[in-house]
Structures are given as C-alpha cells and as structure tokens.
Write a protein of this length. Sequence first.
Length: 463
Amino acid sequence: MPIELKPYTLEEQFEAVIRTYDKLQICEFLDDQNISDVADLVEEFPEFESNIISNMSVHRAASVFKILDLSTQKRIIHELPPNTTASLLNDLPADDRTGFLEELPSNVVRELIKLLNPDERKITLSLLGYPENSIGRLMTPDYVYVYPDNTVEEVFATIRKFGKDSETINVIYVINEKGELLDDIRIRDFILNPPDKKVSELMDGRFVSLHPEDDQETAGEVFKMNNRVALPVVSASNKLLGIVTIDDILWVTSEEFSEDMQKIGGTAALDHPYLDMPIFRLFKKRIGWLVVLFLGEMLTATAMAYFQDEIAKAVVLALFVPLIISSGGNSGSQASTLIIQAMAVGEITLKDWWRVMRREIISGILLGSVLGIIGFLRILAWHSFAPQLYGAHWEAVGTTVGITLLFVVLWGTLAGSMLPMILKRLGADPAVSSAPFVATLVDVTGLIIYFSVAFAILSGTLL
C-alpha cells in the first residue's frame, strides 16, 4: 500500500485544507499557526484573504488583521459580512482600530463606527478627537491600575481580573481616587515583595508620562531615552487617560522612516505600498517635485546664458561644468542626508546649528581641497598627453577648476547641512530639503561661483 506524503510547507498545507471547504478544519488549522505565519498566508493567497480572517477565532483574527498592510485591511473589511466586521472591529485594540479608521473616508468611518458596541464606540470617538499624528491617537484605555492602599496580594487579584484585556501588564499604574497618576511600578517589584506589603511602600514618585497632544515622533525619543515598554498618557491636570506601548511607537517610527526616505528621494510620501498604488496617483506623487526641480534647473540655463560671452571666449570652461555642479550637488546631498538622519534620531537639535556649521565648514574645506587637487592633477595629466586640449594657459584653467571645486564643495556642504535646520526652524519637515532639492540649488549657485572664479583668474588671458 503506497504511503501518502503530507504537504510539508505551510502554503501547501493551507492549500490542502482550504480545498476541503470544512470550516471547522480550516479554523483549527489557522488557529494552530503563528500570527505572523497567518499574515503571510493572507499576503500569499489574496483570493482567500477574507476567508482566512472569517474562519479564525475572533481574537486571533484581530491579531492578524492589525499587522496587515492598510490596502489589505481595506479589501478584507469590504469583503466581510457586517456581523463579522463588527466582531473584528470590536475585538481590535482601541489604538489599532483608531489607526485603521483614520485612514478611511469619513463616510466609511461613520458606517463602521455604527457596528461598534457602545463602550468601544465611545472610546474610538474619543481617540479620533485628538489631532492627527498625536499620542492621543495611539493610546489605549486598556491598562491595569491600583491604589496606594492596596496590598501586593490585592494587586495580583486585580491583575488576574483585568489583566486579560490589558494591552500590557509589565507596568502597573497607581492612581488616587480622583484618577490622578501617582506612580508606575514594574510588575517585578510586586513579584519580589511579600503579599501584605502596601503599594504606597513601593512607590518612589518618579515616573515619565506623555500628553495626548504630544507628537508621535517626539514620543519615540521619550521611549528610547527612558528604556520603557509602555508609558502613561495624562491630561493637563495629571488624570490618567491611557497608555502607549512600544509596539505602536515602533510602527509609527517605521512609517516615519519610510516617509522621510521617500521625501529625501524627491517624492511626496506614499500612503500605500508601492505595488498597490494606482499608477496615476503614483504619477501625482512624483510629478510635483519633478516640476519644481525642473523649474529650478532652468535657472542653470539662465546662469549659463548670463556667462555666454565668457564661454564663447574660453570654450574650454564649458568642459568642466558637469564636473563642478555634480561635485557641489553630491557634497550637498551628503550633508543634507547626514543632518536629516541626525535630527531624526535626536543627535542634534536647532540649538546645535553653530556647532554643525563649524564642523561642516571644516569638512567642506577638507573635501573641497581633495577634489580640487584631483581636478588640477586631472588637467595636468591630460595636458601631458594632449597639450593642445587646454592650450597654453592650462595652468590657469587647472587653478580655476581646483579653486572652484574648493568653494563649490564648501558651499554645497553648508547648504546641505543648514537647509534642514532652517526648514525645521520654520516648522516644515526637514526631509523636504531632499537630495534633489539641494543638488538643484547648488547647481545654479555653483555655476555663478565657477564663472566668477574664472573671470578673476583668467581675466586678461583667456577672458
């Protein structure tokens, strides 16, 4: 009798199970898998994505749903029947549900909110009332709190009663009768103390908190500096409103990083994965900056036209225009990228502008000197093999190129480092001083520097 070989990959097992159309068997199979593996199945088999979610236990379905891409989430919600959608949304953590709803059109949000039970609807509407990109949109009301006169034994009874629905029980929050936050205590402190010890005896009054209006990106710095897995969110009167956990902050940080990378590349931030973006919307995201940069580059032609008499007298100068402007643009792009990254991770602030400028002046001189020497040596080498190429005044031409490279690289470095800080000071996103923008700016000004140096050095000889 031949031995039947069972599928050994998760995908093959899923395909075998899904073909049985046995809902109980499908549910058991999916509930036995890791959440991340089920999410991979949703991505791998988009034709079954709604079936996967609807054939899982509600709690696990919610855990899978919240880690899916927004475009996938939208398709699933559109395909699910209303009762399944209601169960799924009600079981989602409040912060994840709010994050999903805020990406949808207002008319869709109104319809979905109707599916929530009264308590969840109240929480969701409250979170949606906070400004976009604020901590209020990320916080969850699911946490465990105790009072100063509770004993350690009573704390554990509270954890057993309410901990199941809490976002995290690593930290327990201490409040008074007015709901004001008094302290936050790690659960290990309760575990290591006797049952009859009072919470007040464990309190030290040292805690870090956030406000619901705080910027999400700023909160990431608070988490990093304090090495916390969760932080409380309090009102202006110190009333405990909710908590924010590190997983939500990491998600925001990842999105912010993606947006910054796209802006640095000279496009508007994409609100969908690249392959899911309709081609016309992708066109609109990219064309704006391209037009702005193109108009900026037209100034390069204007600058060239202004110096056309000099170019006509010394055509050899035109040979080095690409070399000059590319060197300035490259140095500016380097500096801009370094400063934007340093500002993003909190290594520098606006108060450090003079220290940054001083360092970039030194860096610009060193970098420009190296490129200037290489440029001069390049002209010397070519002149040795082809004396007629640069003519009798090759030394003056080489000196012009070398000095210009020094000044252009210095200027590019200064522009690339200062522009992000200036934009930050004006309240704009530093990432919009992207590499293409800096390069365009330095292209135009680099030509002015080049021909000004050429006029000063070559006047009376070639000019």
